[in-house]
Design a protein around this ligand. Structure first.
Ligand SMILES: [Zn+2]
Length: 359
């Protein structure tokens, strides 16, 4: 007899139920007129063949199971936006607890940047009970150089290698967590990129770190500078009471020896001197191609300590330099570009004054 409607026009069906040899449907009946919406509910019956109750029960279990797994997945991993994200907690602590214990947080562009730029945070937290280092890598590692053993790797395979290498470093350095957000560089370079900034804001809000390590705005790598901007945008979204007490701009592709002494933050990194080589050594894909970042960074830290001051002996044997970016998160009206150029202008004035003194 087909369908017999309690209400006509249009309808929606929800899981029919067999009662008395008839299939009962829940139907919805609505229409739009110019100034109002009519919305009624009712029942319909049908003798058409429909799936058995047992089949529908199995379907319900499968759907509910899927929803349950999704819910459990949400409990086990933070809600990061890019599908290629990778969140790793070396000691297996639940993600929210792993994040909230963080005191020192590094946010950088690429795999191995943390171990160069935020090395101070890693050594400050290593083997302590009350400090934890959290690491964030914003990009997916696409376009990495592929040399030596890796020459035949596809770009996709190389991204997998780099993801695993970053996890290895997190394990060696006993990080609270390592979050690889998985964005292509081009996305990170978009001003105010909504997903990137939302992920960073979420991480900063959840961790509420005391100290944050970023790329310095005078770096000469485009993606590093773009990451710096996205980080400042995220930091400025935080309520003032959730912002870090200290924000450092650190060295990677432009070292900071050029900063004037009064502008230079000295970060001592001689607590666990044996940690640097294994931390950088796990990035085999970057080093085995012929770039000895491990040796270069160790030498740089010695050189920084020796050349910091010509009048004194080396009070510390290993030193990295940083730019104090804290004013940018204290005063939201400060223009980050002007702030960065201020360091350059003070260097220019210093060079000019010294030259003029003996002219
Ligand atoms: Zn980098």
């Amino acid at each position: 007899m087909g369908l017999m409607f309690v209400r006509l026009r249009s309808f929606a069906l929800f899981l029919p139920i067999k009662i008395g040899g008839l299939n009962w449907f829940f139907v919805r009946d609505w229409k739009h007129s110019e100034d109002r919406r009519i919305d009624d509910w009712g029942f319909a019956v049908s003798n058409l063949r429909i799936p058995s109750n047992a089949y529908r029960l199995r379907l319900l279990i499968v759907v509910a199971g899927g929803l349950g797994l999704g819910w459990l997945g949400g409990l086990m991993n933070p809600d990061l936006r890019h599908p290629r994200n990778d969140f790793f907690v070396p000691d297996g602590t639940a993600f929210d607890e792993a994040m909230s214990r963080v005191t020192h947080l590094g946010i950088v562009s690429h795999q191995d940047d943390l171990e160069i730029a935020a090395y101070h945070g890693i050594t400050e937290c290593f083997h302590t009970v009350d400090r934890w280092f959290g690491g964030v890598v914003v990009t997916n590692g696409a376009g990495s150089p592929r040399k030596g053993d890796y020459a035949s790797y596809t770009d996709e395979e190389m991204q997998d290698v780099r993801r695993v290498e970053q996890r290895k470093a997190a394990y060696v350095g006993e990080y609270a967590f390592a979050a690889q957000l998985g964005y292509p560089s081009e996305m990170v370079k978009e001003p105010q990129q909504a997903d990137v900034v939302a992920d960073l804001t979420f991480i900063l809000e959840t961790c509420a770190p005391e100290v944050v390590y970023l790329h310095n705005p005078c770096d000469r790598h485009d993606t590093h500078v773009a990451t710096f901007w996205r980080c400042i945008e995220a930091l400025r979204r935080l309520p003032k009471e959730r912002r870090p007490a200290k924000v450092y701009g650190c060295e990677v592709w432009r070292k900071l020896d050029w900063l004037l002494a009064e502008d230079k933050v000295m970060l001592k990194v001689d607590k666990h001197p044996h940690l640097l080589r294994p931390l950088l050594g796990v990035f085999d894909s970057q080093i085995s191609g012929g770039k000895r970042y491990d040796l270069a960074e160790e030498g740089l830290r010695h050189a920084n300590a020796t050349y910091f001051d010509s009048h004194t002996t080396d009070s510390t044997s290993l030193l990295t330099f940083a730019m104090d970016l804290t004013p940018l998160v204290v005063d939201d009206t400060l223009d980050p570009a002007e702030f960065a150029l201020g360091f350059v202008r003070r260097l220019e004035a210093d060079v000019g004054t010294r030259l003029g003194r003996f002219d």
